[in-house]
Write a protein that binds this ligand. Structure first.
Ligand code: HEC
Length: 210
């Protein structure tokens, strides 16, 4: 064993240069080995252990929770009952939400009140791509006219698209000032919600307990 601070000079010598035998201390090796062991264990735990929540999963869970707090449900479906019921839900929360989304993503082409700018008037009875209320969701999702109406499939969640579709449907007949002339074909009025009767269970609610 070498004494500290008096390391041994090794035998060999090259061009007059000699070398101290000055090894890294044991504790240093121990830490180095420990980091390798830790990395292996960490990789297995982070990748494969069910006890560890990945950040993506945690984020998805948090978004679902926020959605639930906002809308009272985590999963809106773009069916007629949902859209018509959302239009009628006596709770300004989703309207406010859809309105602010519409202002940010749609108003530049359709006007702040849906009256139409380069995109058509969304408040009258004439539609180009829409025959029934569910078609609004399809147009928002997939776009129309080869992208002049941009698809929102990848820019908005399904819930957002359903809520905006219901909001757009609710604009019908609002008759805002400065509306563009009618474009497309006149279609039948939206059906009355729950016309089939007894569909209570399928209807979304804003009951926080739900
Ligand atoms: C870049 C401009 C632009 C933006 C942004 C835009 N739209 Fe459009 N939208 C259009 C155009 C243009 C059309 C007409 C397509 C056609 O001629 O078939 C259209 C059509 C539609 C239609 C069908 C209208 C009909 O008569 O068939 C709906 C519904 C609609 N847009 C909703 C939205 C919503 C909701 C948003 C925001 C998420 C949005 N649009 C954003 C340009 C836009």
């Amino acid at each position: 064993m070498n004494e500290p601070h008096s390391p041994k000079v090794l035998d060999h010598e090259y061009d007059g240069i000699q070398e101290f035998d000055n090894p890294t201390p044991g504790w240093w090796h121990a830490i180095f080995a420990a980091t390798i062991v830790f990395a292996v264990v960490y990789t297995f735990v982070a990748e494969f252990s069910p006890m560890y929540t990945k950040p993506e999963a945690a984020h998805a869970a948090a978004s679902a929770k926020a959605m639930e707090a906002l809308f009272g449900t985590t999963g809106f479906e773009p069916d007629e009952t949902t859209l018509l019921t959302l239009m009628e839900v006596d709770n300004g929360q989703w309207i406010d939400y859809a309105k602010s989304k519409f202002a940010g993503k749609c108003a530049s082409c359709h006007g702040a009140n849906g009256q139409g700018v380069v995109g058509p008037n969304l408040t009258d009875d004439h539609w180009k791509n829409v025959k029934q209320v569910t078609d609004i969701f399809q147009v928002i999702t997939n776009g129309a006219a080869a992208g002049s109406m941009p698809a929102q499939k990848n820019t908005m969640s399904k819930n957002e698209r359903v809520v905006i579709a219901a909001y757009v449907a609710s604009l019908r007949g609002s008759n805002p000032p400065g509306g563009l002339a009618a474009d497309g074909e006149e279609i039948a009025p939206w059906p009355t919600p729950n016309a089939g009767g007894g569909a209570e269970g399928a209807a979304p609610t804003n009951d926080p307990g739900g």
